[in-house]
Design a protein around this ligand. Sequence first.
Ligand SMILES: Nc1ncnc2c1ncn2[C@@H]1O[C@H](COP(=O)(O)OP(=O)(O)OP(=O)(O)O)[C@@H](O)[C@H]1O
Ligand SMILES: [Mg+2]
Length: 416
Amino acid sequence: MTSERHLIGLLLGTEEDWPRAFEEIVRRLGPVPGAGGTQHVLDCERITIEPFWLRDRPRYNLVIDRLAYWYYHPREWLKKVALMDGVYLLNSPFTFQSMEKHAAYCAMMRLGLKVPDTVLVPYKNPLDNARYAYTAAKYNRPFDLDAIAEQIGYPLFMKPYDGGAWRGVSRISNAAELHAAYDQSGEMLMHLQKAIDYDVFARSLSIGAETMVMRFQPDQPMHLRYAVDHAFLSPDAGAEVLTIGRLVNAFFRWEFNSCETLVKGGEVYPIDYANACPDVALTSLHYYFPWAMKALVRWCIFALVSGRRPRLDLALDAYFEIADNASTCYSEKLAAYRELADGYFEADRYHDFCATNLPHLDEIVLDWVAGPDFDHLLIETVRSVYPAHEHDQFIAHLRGLLGMWVSDESTRLQAA
Ligand SMILES: Nc1ncnc2c1ncn2[C@@H]1O[C@H](COP(=O)(O)OP(=O)(O)OP(=O)(O)O)[C@@H](O)[C@H]1O
Ligand SMILES: [Mg+2]
């Protein structure tokens, strides 16, 4: 019997919880059978940062990146290994550096999605560039911020064009708040966006061909933001949220991303869907954490063992053709986008692969989450995240939610 080795590189910042979970699941899973009787041996390694020769061959076959969005040395290494060595990346910096929130708004408006009306206003403060004063004096047209806001209508949101983690986000109800927020924006480039007065907030996390749509409560503290609720959307709205997440990801070649949509009376409004480093913390995902870890393991193994090729090119025309077809309505367009997206993610081949090659993963993860090793991870994570006087409270909180997952998952597997 032949065997093939694959090395998964983890490019990490401060996180310990999910990397330990990921490494443990891969270790417990052991070799994975592939085509022609080949055994695929998977190893994980944390990537260190050091000088690299541009012609060096990397040892990694696939890299999960959680760092390049703010640390540029590893980001440039990722570009090198993508361009020169064909390393499979979750996510590729090529697809995120130029395709931030603003680009995603533009693309999804072009595809006919219900992105709220959005305006990009020029910088508030002069840029630190010797050419700025002359250029601005000659070409920056004066504009009436109040008139733009009134045209959008209050309330509205002001937020950076490339935002993340609520940096610089404010909800604005009147002209005084508008000017205060704009004055504060300084050298950040800001969008003004119409506020949606929503019924429910659906946040979907996609990993390759899998998506989890979760009820999100942004006004709650972090540990309560994701509510465990399996029926908070109508079937139609649920399907639409799922399709939007997949569409955005397939369009930009993002394989590990979260998408935020606001649902109001059956209408789905996407507001944020360019999160190169989506939140997968145990303390925030709690009940959904085992799903996220399994999906990440499954997708990485599928990519490596089935020989899926990383793609640097975009195929935007196929989407634009659907968008531009005047004879189809919104729901027909969504169905056509969904087909393209499922095709890009090879959804059928992926599900077959998981059923055939990873049949025991569910039991392995259930066994692990129900056992003492996972409990250690939970305790250590709480200790690293919360102050000492809150440890007992959060350990109990997380144990309760994960206990509920163990019970639901046992029932599901018994029924299957
Ligand atoms: N158009 C809108 N209508 C209603 N609420 C909005 C709108 N835009 C933003 N928000 C609220 O502001 C929050 C932050 O906005 P947004 O998600 O765009 O910023 P972010 O910096 O990417 O945040 P995060 O990293 O948490 O996703 C949203 O979670 C939502 O609660
Ligand atoms: Mg957001």
